[in-house]
Write a protein that binds this ligand. Structure first.
Ligand code: NI
Length: 189
């Protein structure tokens, strides 16, 4: 999920890049190399003013994503409940255990600069993952944080947020332009 243009230390993969469609594999051992990758992903996410980033967005295929939803960005009614979840989150092999309710809101993605569209998702999710130390954590998130968890985990299966949008008419021209530009740069068609 995103607000602005991406910037290092890792190169952001944009819509049209096949890396975004490749499903990720579970991580067997969380070592220093993967911890370094997670830190670089956090820095890349912050530099781009994003609240989440998944491995395929930087051309990697480990089941790994990072999330940091600032408390002041959260809907007031959920800020307190979500505050129990420490940020930034480093999620290895994350899984959603349960979903409850629905919410519809504008969504974006660092791989889709300046493209936003309303997406309906569960309002509350319980999820489990291994943190950077390999310790299992299980939390329940609401509102924007719940949205971020669903958005980032979708990336790990080769999904992107626009897959949830039945009518893409409004964003179709921007999508086509971005895809063409990316493919031209990568030399693919
Ligand atoms: Ni995204």
């Amino acid at each position: 999920m995103a607000k602005k243009r991406p910037a290092g230390p890792l190169e952001m993969r944009l819509w049209g890049d096949p890396a975004l469609r490749e499903p990720c594999s579970p991580v067997a051992l969380i070592d220093d190399t993967l911890r370094r990758l997670a830190l670089d992903m956090i820095e890349t996410m912050y530099n781009a003013n994003g609240v989440g980033l998944a491995a395929p967005q930087v051309g990697r295929h480990e089941r790994l994503c990072v999330i940091d939803v600032p408390q002041d960005a959260e809907k007031e009614e959920y800020a307190e409940a979500n505050a129990a979840i420490p940020m930034p989150l480093v999620l290895f092999n994350p899984e959603i255990l349960s979903r409850e309710g629905t919410q519809t809101d504008e969504e974006g993605c660092l791989s889709f600069p300046s493209i936003h569209a309303p997406v309906t998702r569960a309002n509350t999710v319980s999820f489990t993952f291994l943190d950077a130390q390999g310790t299992r954590r299980t939390y329940t998130a609401h509102g924007l944080l719940a949205r971020a968890v669903q958005h980032e985990l979708e990336h790990l299966d080769g999904g992107v947020f626009i897959d949830n949008i039945a009518d893409r008419t409004a964003i179709a021209p921007k999508l086509a332009k971005l895809e063409a530009k990316t493919k031209r740069r990568l030399g693919i068609d």
